[in-house]
Design a protein around this ligand. Structure first.
Ligand SMILES: Nc1ncnc2c1ncn2[C@@H]1O[C@H](COP(=O)(O)OP(=O)(O)O)[C@@H](O)[C@H]1O
Ligand SMILES: [Mg+2]
Length: 377
């Protein structure tokens, strides 16, 4: 059967694919510019993560979406509607705070029911909605407990239930894992994604933890100093960072500064003072000869070897200065002959095969011509 091209209940914004739109958003607190200029579109049903270090403006951006903070410049549209004169309580938005802000003297079910009571929902409806959402977050059997009788992860699920019970179209999560122990954080990340998959909600979360963003998000916006410097899928932002900042912020990387010496449609050659041989990359980059660029090579793309390869490019020799054993892999720090330290992520299997080099040993490193990402900014 053919579906109609657009369903009647779809709004204009949904058809355009932008459920949340931020256009030229700026926020100043006196002299401090917390958000410099943000244009951002988030699609319906997406889990979008704003990732950046402390103070880069993440919470401010969320608070503007929720309506707790005014805009200095720009516009925010949610589901096609301008939020400029819309007070927080009328927005189709709910924000879950870092601290959860549960009422300590109320049971779990009363905490969750609180917002619905405020709205004046009927008793039967409240009972039904609270029961359904507690089921969803798997907290039914803790309904009569108080927050101080729950673990951190359980408190977080109550806070999430309290947000979801109001059926917001847009859920905002500010550092949702920050109050949890490291061990339960990873499991909770996956649980949270599973819960959100079951409800019809668009979610914007902020985090400074790149692993968390990579685990949870459909799309990531990398923030730096009040700007979103790159957006893309976790794979995109990791494999194809667009700037030196994004390459270094997401994961760790080896960056070589240099100049393009040969620029063709199918390859590029770059000379760096940090390497004895040129870098060679097997695709064109659209930058002319002479352009100053950086090349990012992830530690897992660096091959550790006992002797240098018989090649005119993409290798270096040096001495092992440090080995960090990580279980399934080790991080080898190698000071190459230019004095630069390169980090190689070497699997335990590869180390067993080659016989693990020790600190002080001379080794070679190499990488292939697909591995470098050229950064022009
Ligand atoms: N109410 C405020 N008054 C003045 N400055 C603020 C206020 N809120 C945030 N800031 C400043 O704005 C910048 C961004 O803060 P914030 O959005 O909280 O960052 P993040 O959540 O990324 O850590 C910081 O420099 C912070 O000090
Ligand atoms: Mg914050």
């Amino acid at each position: 059967m053919n579906e109609p091209a657009s369903m009647p209940h779809e709004s204009r914004a949904e058809r355009a694919g932008h459920f949340v739109q931020m256009v030229g958003v700026v926020k100043k607190f006196g002299e401090t510019v917390a958000v410099r200029h943000v244009d951002l579109s988030v699609k319906k049903g997406e889990l979008f993560a704003l990732l950046g270090s402390s103070g880069c403006g993440k919470s401010t951006l969320l608070r503007m979406l929720a309506g707790f903070e005014s805009l200095t410049e720009g516009r925010i549209l949610i589901d096609g509607e301008d939020m400029a004169s819309m007070p927080p309580y009328r927005r189709p938005v709910n924000m879950m705070f870092q601290s959860y802000a549960l009422f300590p003297h109320m049971t779990v079910e009363n905490n969750v029911a609180f917002g619905l009571r405020q709205e004046g929902c009927g008793k039967a409806e409240i009972r039904e909605r609270v029961a359904a959402v507690l089921e969803l977050v798997q907290m039914t059997r803790f309904a009569k407990r108080r927050p101080n009788q729950l673990s951190g992860g359980q408190q977080q699920r109550v806070a999430l239930a309290r947000s979801l019970v109001k059926r917001p179209k847009l859920l905002l999560l500010d550092e949702p894992m920050s109050a949890l122990d490291k061990q339960i954080r990873q499991r909770t990340q996956v649980e949270l994604v599973n819960i959100l998959d079951q409800v019809d909600v668009t979610c914007i979360m902020v985090t400074h933890d790149q692993e968390e963003a990579m685990t949870m998000a459909d799309r990531i916006g990398v923030m730096s100093d009040g700007l979103i410097v790159q957006t893309g899928s976790p794979l995109d932002v990791y494999e194809y960072p667009s700037t030196r900042f994004a390459a270094e912020f997401i994961g760790s990387t080896n960056l070589f500064e240099g100049a393009v010496t040969e620029s063709a449609a199918d390859h590029v050659r770059i000379e760096s003072a940090e390497l004895m041989v040129p870098l060679y990359i097997n695709h064109g980059i659209g930058s002319p000869s002479g352009a100053q660029v950086a090349v990012s090579i992830r530690p897992e793309k660096v091959v550790l070897r006992r002797s240098r390869p018989d090649a005119a490019h993409n290798w270096a020799e040096g001495a092992v200065t440090h080995v960090v054993y990580m279980g399934s892999y080790s991080l080898y720090h190698v000071v190459i002959d230019s004095g630069k330290t390169i980090v190689a992520n070497v699997s335990s299997l590869a180390l067993a095969d080659m016989g693990a080099p020790e600190v002080g040993e001379r080794v070679a490193i190499s990488w292939n011509s697909q591995s470098g990402v050229v950064l022009t900014q």
